[in-house]
Design a protein around this ligand. Structure first.
Ligand code: SAM
Ligand code: DTB
Ligand code: SF4
Length: 327
C-alpha cells in the first residue's frame, strides 16, 4: 500500500469503540504492510494498556465431549469420531482443587468450559456452586457453557460470575459452512443476555477454518460493532483435530494470524485481546509478534479444553525473557 493509503486508513479509522467499522476499512488495515500495521496496533495498545503486562486465565473442561452440536472444528461434538472421551460434569471438589492449583501458579482468572449446546437448569445449579467456590478463592471467574436461556445469565451474575465466554467464532456469512445446528443469531442472542445481566463479555473467534480474509474482517466487524465491544476477545488459531471435518485444512500463513490480532487491537482498543488456542504450535518468536501486535491475554496451563497448551514452565521462561509481567 502507498503512503497516501496508509494516511487514508489512519484518518478514517479512529481508535475508539464508538466508531462503527465497515468491512472495507478493516480490509484496508489487513492490506497495510505488516510493519505499518504492527506499528499502528502497538501505538493503540500503548495508549490503552501497559504494553509489558499480559493477563493469564487457566482453563478447565468441567464437562467434556458428547455435545449435540456439529461445530466442524470441535473434538467434543458427538457427531465426529475423535480421541476425546466423554466425561460427566466434574465434582465440585475437583474443580476447586484445579482452581487452587491455577492460582498458585499465577493465573488471575479461572475459566470453566462445558461441552453443551446450553446448560439444563439442574446442571447450571452445579456450575453456580463452582462459580461461588472459585470466586471465594479470590480469582476472577469465567464460564463457557453454550447458549443461555432466559434467566440463566442473571443466576450466573448472582453467583459472582465475572466473564461469560461465548464466541461468534466466524463471520456470519461463513457460519453455516462450519456449524449447522445453531446460527450466528443464536450466538448474538446469548451475548445480549450476558451483557444485559451485567456480566463481562468474552467473545472472539477461530482463524484458519478456510474462511477468506473478508470473512476474518467480517468477524472482527461483528465483534467491534456490538452495542459495546467485548471486554475480552479471544483469537483462536484452529487446532486441527483428527476425525473432525476441518482436520486436514490448509494451515493459515502465521502472518495472517498476526494481522488479525493487530486489526482486533486497533478496532477494540480497550479490550483484552487474547492469544488463545494454537500457541502450542507457535514458536516463542511468533507468539512475541502477536504480543507486539497487541495481544495482552493468554490461556495459561498445560491444557486448553481437550488439547495441549504450552507448559507453564515454557510460558514463565518466555515472560522472563521478554521482561513481561503477569496480571
Ligand atoms: N460449548 C460451548 C460453546 O460452543 O460455546 C463452550 C465450549 S467451546 C469448546 C468454546 C470455544 O472453543 C469455541 O467457541 C471455539 O471458539 C473454541 N474451540 C473449540 N475447538 C477448537 C479448535 N479445535 N481450535 C480452536 N478453537 C477451538
Ligand atoms: C476460547 O476462545 N478458546 C478456549 C476457550 N475460549 C474456551 C477453548 C480452546 C479450545 C481448543 C481446543 C481444545 O482444547 O479442545
Ligand atoms: Fe459443542 Fe461448543 Fe464444541 Fe460446538 S464448540 S461442538 S457447542 S462443545
Amino acid at each position: 500500500m502507498q503512503a497516501s493509503s496508509v494516511a487514508a486508513v489512519s484518518s478514517v479509522s479512529p481508535s475508539t469503540s464508538a466508531h462503527r467499522w465497515s468491512v472495507a476499512e478493516v480490509l484496508a488495515l489487513y492490506e497495510l504492510p505488516l510493519m505499518d500495521l504492527i506499528w499502528r496496533a502497538q501505538g493503540v495498545h500503548r495508549e490503552n494498556f501497559d504494553a509489558n503486562a499480559i493477563q493469564r486465565s487457566t482453563l478447565l473442561s468441567v464437562k467434556t465431549g458428547g455435545c449435540s452440536e456439529d461445530c466442524s472444528y470441535c473434538s467434543q461434538s458427538a457427531r465426529y469420531d475423535t480421541d476425546t472421551e466423554r466425561e460427566r460434569l466434574m465434582p465440585l471438589n475437583e474443580v476447586v482443587a484445579a482452581a487452587q492449583a491455577a492460582k498458585a501458579k499465577g493465573a488471575s482468572r479461572f475459566c470453566m468450559g462445558a461441552a453443551w449446546k446450553g446448560p439444563k437448569d439442574n446442571d447450571l445449579d452445579r456450575v453456580l456452586d463452582m462459580v461461588r467456590e472459585v470466586k471465594a478463592l479470590g480469582m476472577q471467574t469465567c464460564v463457557t457453557l453454550g447458549m443461555l436461556k432466559d434467566g440463566q445469565a442473571e443466576k450466573l451474575k448472582d453467583a459472582g460470575l465475572d466473564y461469560y465466554n461465548h464466541n461468534l467464532d466466524t463471520d456470519k456469512d461463513f457460519y453455516g459452512q462450519v456449524i449447522k445446528t445453531h446460527t450466528h443469531d443464536d450466538r448474538l442472542d446469548t451475548l445480549e443476555q450476558v451483557r444485559d445481566a451485567g456480566i463481562n463479555v468474552c467473545s472472539g473467534g477461530i482463524i484458519g477454518m478456510g474462511e477468506s480474509r473478508k470473512n476474518r474482517a467480517g468477524l472482527l466487524v461483528q465483534l467491534a460493532n456490538l452495542p459495546k465491544a467485548p471486554e475480552s476477545v479471544p483469537i483462536n488459531n484452529l487446532v486441527p483435530i483428527p476425525g473432525t471435518p476441518l482436520a486436514e485444512n490448509d494451515r493459515l500463513d502465521p502472518f495472517e494470524f498476526v494481522r488479525t490480532i493487530a486489526a482486533a487491537r486497533i478496532m477494540m482498543p480497550t479490550s483484552w485481546v487474547r492469544l488463545s488456542a494454537g500457541r502450542q504450535q507457535m514458536s516463542d518468536e511468533l507468539q512475541t509478534l502477536c504480543f507486539l501486535a497487541g495481544a495482552n491475554s493468554m490461556f495459561y496451563g498445560d491444557r486448553l479444553l481437550t488439547t495441549d497448551n504450552p507448559d507453564v514452565d515454557r510460558d514463565d521462561a518466555l515472560f522472563a525473557r521478554l521482561g513481561v509481567k503477569a496480571v
